[in-house]
Design a protein around this ligand. Sequence first.
Ligand SMILES: Nc1ncnc2c1ncn2[C@@H]1O[C@H](COP(=O)(O)OP(=O)(O)O)[C@@H](O)[C@H]1O
Ligand SMILES: [Mg+2]
Length: 300
Amino acid sequence: MIETFELTKKFGEFTAVDRVSISVKGGEILGVVGPNGAGKSTLVKMLCTILAPTSGTATIMGLDIAKDSQKVRSIVGYLPEEPRVYDYMTAEEFLTFFADVYGNGRQRIPELLEFVGLSEHAKRKIGEYSKGMKHRISLARALIHDPPVLILDEPTMGLDPASSRDVRERVKEMRKGGKTILVCTHYMDEADFLCDKLAVINKGRIAAIGKPEELKAKVAKQRYLTVVIKEDALMRKLADEIGGEIDGRRIIVRVKGLNSTVAKVHSASKKLNATILSVKTLEPSLDDVFVAVTKGGRWV
Ligand SMILES: Nc1ncnc2c1ncn2[C@@H]1O[C@H](COP(=O)(O)OP(=O)(O)O)[C@@H](O)[C@H]1O
Ligand SMILES: [Mg+2]
């Protein structure tokens, strides 16, 4: 069980995490999703007691992250964004080292190596490992003390599709084992596949919380139009004219009344001499939830 209450982190004047209140139950995977710089890593670093909060509180299985930091570390397995491994050690030596740091887990090493698919490479130096293998050994290291709570920061970033799938499957298996899991990711397909619940974070604030299906349904109800025009040079002007936001090659605009918004798009395009290639309603995928939240403002 993870619970945060108005958790906040400031770096000087800048607020990286702004009054975040979330909760994750046992046997549940919560995804913290949001664009780069949204505050995901800062949030979990506080939970893992690496950074001290500026204000607010959080408990992990009832233990206060500020008052019981030592104990918190003993019950949390943390996979940092940039896995830190010791290249000069073999996988076995690496896991033995951390088992001894925690004072338990040596007997779990063969099982863990098996779990992350590295049994055959146990006696190789980590320096010779591929990026995917380094990620997997870091995951094993996060699990060495059999923590009931797992916090994974972008567990598949930079991995090839096969390695990513592998890691995701492992994470799902751990949920079945009853662990409480928090995963930060900016991959929406990963969030959709893995998570029971999502907290969408943008500029340090939680913009929406819910099951993936609920969030998609909300966006469907909210309704956005995507407009594509031929002339790149006119996109900014048209977006301003219709009150939309540019997202790659499209302009996203919030629908007030469908007919009137479509009419506005057409008249503005005509005025600017822009050639409309398509005007579509946004199909509710998680990617669009992301766009709606980050471009369309807060809507919870
Ligand atoms: N130690 C730090 N000092 C100053 N600013 C920081 C520090 N760590 C992170 N930030 C800033 O806080 C914001 C959130 O960063 P981060 O939590 O890493 O986002 P995310 O993981 O969602 O990409 C960013 O704007 C980042 O530049
Ligand atoms: Mg991050």
